[in-house]
Write a protein that binds this ligand. Structure first.
Ligand SMILES: Cc1cc2nc3c(=O)[nH]c(=O)nc-3n(C[C@H](O)[C@H](O)[C@H](O)COP(=O)(O)O)c2cc1C
Length: 370
């Protein structure tokens, strides 16, 4: 596993489901990561937790992520992931959510650097593939200890380190601090993977180059536009029409059918994911380099609000930008039941007549994870 020169799909609870990861592969992603799995649940052989460690045959470079506070849990989960074909195992040390931190996992690890180092050391000994660690800058702004944590993690034998450039307290309220990411990358010899606010190919290349990180990782950017991987590889934007985007979303529905099966039970399971994806898909806006590169240097586009142009948009375009959850459910259902993308488009236009679209707005994509 080479951690340099890569564009990683971030570990994303719910979002990084197997069909969505396949969609990213179809649009240029090469390196994927699974949804975070709890080590202690894997130890109990929880079926749903073990399922999070599964990869698709198309995923040739797949990292499984585990959350654990005990080495035995982390190793058991890591070994289960390796049995299922993981190329490496990542330890979550950034997740801010209450349920995780109260159990001593996720971002709590940043408050116990010596314990973290010991845990990583034991993982490295007990798991026969590379072990990486994903951190935030610290617990609060005044307690930023990512440099120290990064050093300890390197000394403990980790193969790579991802730095999400925000603190636990900040969640998504601030722009990611790429200066701090750059400093940590310069201090370390293991590959540092920079993460935070990458929404366009030009922001990605600029931050990658300026920060000197070995690799970059995409979270919400990939959820909004899974084709961002290809844009980054080709250094040019693809600005799909509403019809082209609907075809991409139809493809996701197809992949969900293959994964969950094309029956009532499969539909029920897919509907836990497919409508949810529209919370991100609806935030897509074409952000041409010509128009936005300057402003993206002042403030990441991910953290910027864009007003819609109003009357110029087609019915389908306005429908796909709509942020209403009830509409996302209807869109997901019509994608599931349509035989092909053209039929889905006709049904979507029918839906627009039934539920006149209101323009959604692309605010910061604030989700309490990571
Ligand atoms: C829906 C969602 C789920 C997430 N789940 C995880 C997770 O399971 N493990 C993790 O380490 N980070 C998780 N994160 C954080 C991302 O991996 C990433 O670090 C963060 O979103 C910053 O990158 P971005 O600005 O590109 O989104 C999640 C983020 C989102 C939006």
């Amino acid at each position: 596993m080479d951690f340099r020169g890569r564009v990683f799909l971030a570990p994303l609870t719910k979002g990084g489901n197997l069909p969505f990861r396949r969609l990213c592969l179809a649009h240029g992603a090469v390196v994927t990561m699974g949804e975070m799995a709890y080590g202690y649940q894997v130890v109990r052989r929880s079926k749903s937790e073990l399922a999070l460690l599964r990869k698709h045959a198309e995923e040739t470079c797949f990292g499984a992520q585990v959350a654990a506070s005990k080495a035995s849990d982390a190793i058991a989960a890591g070994l289960a992931a390796v049995e299922r074909g993981a190329s490496w195992v990542d330890l979550n040390c950034g997740c801010p959510i209450h349920d995780i931190v109260r159990r001593g996992m996720g971002a709590t690890m940043l408050q116990r650097p010596a314990h973290l180092a010991k845990l990583v050391g034991e993982m490295v000994k007990g798991i026969p593939v590379p072990v990486s660690v994903k951190i935030r800058l610290g617990w609060t702004e005044s307690e930023q200890n990512a440099s120290e944590v990064a050093r300890l993690v390197e000394e403990a034998g980790a193969a790579a380190l991802t730095v999400h450039g925000r603190t636990r307290e900040q969640r998504y309220s601030r722009a990611a601090d790429w200066d701090s990411i750059a400093r940590i990358a310069a201090e370390r010899t293991i590959p540092v993977i920079g993460n935070g606010d990458l929404l366009t190919w030009y922001e990605t290349h600029e931050r990658w180059q300026k920060s000197g990180v070995a690799s970059v990782m995409l979270g919400r950017g990939a959820l909004i536009k899974p084709w961002l991987f290809r844009e980054i590889a080709e250094k040019q934007a693809w600005e799909p029409t509403a019809s082209e985007r609907l075809a991409v979303y139809f493809d996701l529905a197809r992949k969900m059918k293959e994964h969950f099966r094309d029956d009532e039970k499969g539909k029920e399971r897919a509907m836990r994911f497919l409508p949810w994806h529209f919370e991100f898909f609806c935030r897509y806006r074409p952000l041409s380099a010509e128009r936005y590169v300057e402003s993206s240097r002042q403030h990441p586009l991910m953290q910027t609000r864009f007003e819609d142009d109003g009357g110029e948009l087609s019915v389908l375009e306005r429908l796909l930008r709509d942020s209403r959850p009830e509409l996302h459910l209807r869109l997901a259902e019509l994608l599931w039941s349509s035989p092909d993308a053209a039929a889905a488009e006709a049904a979507a236009i029918g839906l627009a007549a039934e539920m006149p679209p209101v323009a959604g707005d692309a605010g910061e994509v604030a989700i309490a994870h990571g």
